[in-house]
Design a protein around this ligand. Structure first.
Ligand code: 13P
Length: 249
């Protein structure tokens, strides 16, 4: 079974009701490659608006979710609430949350498990800092981040996980990983899936790249055998996001 190409737009803490309405209007009228699974992640405040506006072929993702079912957790969102709002995916472990909000590997793993238990897919973000890359620790870091998740999930549960490799030094910097750098890490992640999870997970799990993806660099990256799509930040706010969704046309 071929892996379906997956392109996510992470709007981060950007946008207004008007600008998000405009972005979605553009996506609704554009011709999108039907073989790409397209997902957008606006700020939580706008998820319901976005779901009501977006064509059904575009899925919605939350940028975050909490690991507890419901209750006294001020400021958090539960998996049940996302389900109720017809949000099919959530990001977990974005580096901006790991670094700024101090989310550790174990917490990210618990959120991943909670999402899957509640019937929401998880876009699991992993990636190394510049210091870790320069220290030759990239593969150790991504493996450590993945091992924490593997402790919480059964092999079958990986079917609802998309792994987003996002080197921190490439996020929002305009400094995209080279095709070789991306392919090397993606191939290592796939090998890890085969060894730690199952042959089926290695074959079927989408591993997408994030970090300064634009309409200019997406086509070369998309040709790499282990690059199954993208998680796009800044460029997902622009009309050129359509070109990234259509990177293989
Ligand atoms: P940029 O595309 O803006 O570098 O952001 C990538 C990212 O963090 C997506 O989650």
């Amino acid at each position: 079974m071929a892996r379906k190409f997956f392109v996510g737009g992470n709007f981060k803490m950007n946008g207004t009701a008007q600008s998000i309405t405009d972005i979605i209007a553009n996506l609704n009228t554009a011709t999108l490659d039907p073989t790409t699974e397209t997902v957008i992640a606006p700020p939580a405040l706008y998820l319901l608006l976005a779901r009501s506006l977006a064509d059904p072929k575009i899925a919605l993702a939350s940028q975050n979710v909490f690991d507890k079912p419901n209750g006294a957790f001020t400021g958090e969102l539960s998996v049940d609430q996302l389900k109720d709002a017809k949000i099919e995916w959530t990001l977990v472990g974005h580096s901006e949350r790991r670094v700024i909000l101090k989310e550790n590997d174990e917490f990210v793993a618990r959120k991943t498990k909670a999402a899957l238990d509640g019937g929401i897919g998880a876009i699991l973000c992993i990636g190394e800092s510049l210091e870790e890359r320069e220290g030759g620790k990239t593969l150790d870091v991504v493996t450590r981040q993945l091992n924490a998740v593997a402790e919480q999930l059964s092999p079958a549960e990986w079917a609802k996980v998309v792994i987003a490799y996002e080197p921190i030094w490439a996020i929002g910097t305009g400094k995209v990983a080279t095709t070789e750098q991306a392919q090397e890490v993606h191939a290592t992640i796939r090998k890890w899936l085969g060894e730690k999870v199952s042959a089926a997970a290695a074959e079927n799990t989408r591993i997408i790249y994030g970090g300064s993806v634009t309409e200019k660099n997406c086509r070369e990256l998309a040709k790499q055998p282990d690059v199954d799509g993208f998680l796009v930040g800044g460029a997902s706010l622009k009309p050129a996001f359509v070109e990234i969704i259509n990177a293989r046309l």
